[in-house]
Ligand binder design. Structure first.
Ligand SMILES: [Zn+2]
Length: 296
């Protein structure tokens, strides 16, 4: 049997029944990755070159101080700017936290915790897992859960590898103990997937409502990101009259945390905080709601 599900909910998705009759469940993710990226300091054979401010290449067996410091901006300054913008508006956040990155910045973790943010596990390292052998990936997942639990004081409810392998979902499901994983871009609603002998909940994520596009060739300019998000939210609010959906927004401390981009993001945060028919929430709360109202 062909293993992909190309049909999904199709023409008639289930009614989400979001709390308060909300037309959209709006979910902000802040990716916290700085200190988990590739570096010879972390035992890698090359420096990081992905999602950087200008085209660069991987340097073999040598540190790239230029790129390292771009990443450091995220944990040193960008995180705190985004933290201020979200806490002042009382908007909940799910952090996708790389375990080794969280472990290297206890002050940031304490601030996430104090703000009541969910901290989901974004893997042990910020690396590409696509070609990693399954047994090594399993070890990384176990170490990530262990380190995450030590760094944050609790076990993660959610999982997101990002650059996943064909084995990731199975390994995460076999590990167990998660409310959801987000390694999918396949839908506007959570969905159940049969993995081995268990039902596994997927809360899909987004690469279009994502500030990573400031840095890749698909591109956003600092005037168009908030406008794109607003159009997406407005369309979903319209659809939400009959078919409420969810909307993810993906942010990175070193990208949207830069002042020019943060200034644009503010426009969307203000808009999201002011429209009344939107449930701004965490991914864990979306997963809990779905498990209660749409059990497998
Ligand atoms: Zn990420």
């Amino acid at each position: 049997m062909y293993p992909r599900n190309l049909k999904g909910y199709g023409q008639h998705p289930p009614h989400a029944n979001w709390p308060g009759g909300a037309k959209v469940a709006l979910q902000f993710v802040i990716n916290y990755e700085e200190g988990g990226e590739r570096s010879v300091l972390h035992g890698d054979g090359c420096s990081e070159a992905f999602l950087t401010e200008e085209p660069t290449r991987e340097l073999a067996n040598i540190r790239n101080i230029n790129v390292e410091s771009q990443y450091e901006y995220g944990s040193r300054a960008g995180f705190w700017r985004l933290h201020r913008l979200f806490t002042r508006r009382d908007l909940p956040v799910t952090v996708f936290g790389i375990a080794t990155a969280l472990d290297r910045n206890p002050e940031a973790v304490a601030a996430m915790d104090e703000a009541g943010w969910e901290i989901a596990c974004h893997g042990l390292r910020w690396i590409n897992y696509a070609e990693m052998p399954a047994e090594l990936e399993r070890q990384h997942i176990r170490q990530a859960i262990e380190l995450h639990t030590r760094a944050t004081g609790r076990r993660p409810d959610g999982w997101y590898t990002g650059r996943m392998s064909p084995n990731t979902r199975r390994l995460v499901a076999e590990e167990g103990g998660f409310l959801y994983d987000s390694d999918s871009f396949a839908d506007d609603l959570p969905y159940w997937e049969r993995v081995g002998d268990r039902d596994h909940l997927v809360v899909p994520y987004t690469l279009d409502n994502n500030d990573g596009r400031y840095l890749n060739t698909y591109g956003y300019q600092s005037e168009s990101f908030s406008a794109y998000l607003r159009r997406a939210l407005d369309l979903l609010r319209e659809e939400g009259e009959e078919q409420p959906k969810m909307m993810s927004v993906g942010l990175h401390t070193r990208i949207a945390g830069r002042p020019g981009r943060a200034a644009d993001l503010v426009r969307f945060l203000d808009y999201a905080a002011e429209v009344g028919d939107v449930w701004v929430t965490t991914r864990a709360d979306i997963a809990r709601h779905w498990r209660r109202t749409h059990p497998a």
